[in-house]
Design a binder for this molecule. Structure first.
Ligand code: MN
Length: 246
């Protein structure tokens, strides 16, 4: 079977009087499947020791959105913070470090791009309305609405994948990238200058986007191509025998 397996990180939804849910919004799963990938969920809190075992099963990884990254990683104790989950941070940073080291193709969405920047030594605006007032980047329940523009760097891989350099996107984030980590290139900015996409230098396929392409993909071929590109990179990764499970 030719379809590569794409590992997908998971989020946590507390429920009153019932066990919380470790789950993934179906939009991420659908986006991977429509792109020809087979989704495999990575539950948390799994022990960090599970990360290499999980990675043996996949040829690519999708980091999904979620709550804020905790102060022990951002080294910024200023609040207000939302939905910080230390178990999730611990697991996802371990996963991010290993996909970076091993050259596993990955797409990191929203919280994912923030995780990527912090993992490589960059910093975050931990509360955008105070730390970077500009465009309103947190549109709350208007999840599908394209509320601001992004300007994509013409020479970037992202521009080639999307097939253009100007797009309107949705925006549901509370934190944002501040100091860019070494090893990252800015691939897109919002009209207020905030970083909206990055690429990892020297990595076969490492892209982070601050918006939510999985919500736009069903109606928007350009956004769907981000997932197709991930799946294609995963296929290539397997072909080259770099998957430790191969
Ligand atoms: Mn935004």
């Amino acid at each position: 079977m030719d379809a590569p397996v794409i590992g997908i990180t998971t989020g946590y939804w507390p429920r009153e009087g019932k066990p919380g849910l470790v789950a993934v919004p179906e939009s991420y799963i659908q986006a991977v499947m429509r792109a020809g990938g087979i989704p495999l969920l990575f539950p948390f809190p799994a022990p960090v020791e599970a990360v290499p075992l999980y990675l043996q099963q996949v040829q690519g990884v999708l980091f999904i959105g979620g709550g804020d990254i905790g102060p022990e990683y951002t080294h910024n104790p200023q609040g207000p913070l939302r939905e910080v989950q230390p178990d999730r941070d611990r697991f996802e940073f371990a996963l991010m470090h290993q996909v970076l080291e091993r050259g596993v193709p990955f797409l990191a969405i929203c919280r994912g791009i923030q995780l990527l920047n912090v993992a490589l030594g960059g910093s975050l605006y931990v509360h955008l309305p105070r730390d970077y007032p500009g465009v309103n980047h947190d549109q709350g329940p208007r999840r599908y609405e394209r509320v601001h523009e992004v300007q994509v760097a013409p020479e970037s891989r992202l521009a080639r994948i999307l097939g253009g350099t100007r797009f309107r996107v949705n925006s549901i984030h509370h934190q944002g990238l501040n100091r860019l980590a070494p090893g990252l290139r800015v691939a897109a900015r919002a009209e207020d200058g905030l970083v909206e996409a990055v690429e990892v230098e020297g990595h076969p396929f490492g892209i982070g986007v601050q918006w939510h392409p999985e919500l736009l993909a069903p109606q928007d071929p350009a956004m769907a191509r981000l997932f197709s590109a991930l799946v294609e990179a995963a296929r290539q990764y397997r072909r080259e025998g770099r998957s430790t499970g191969a």
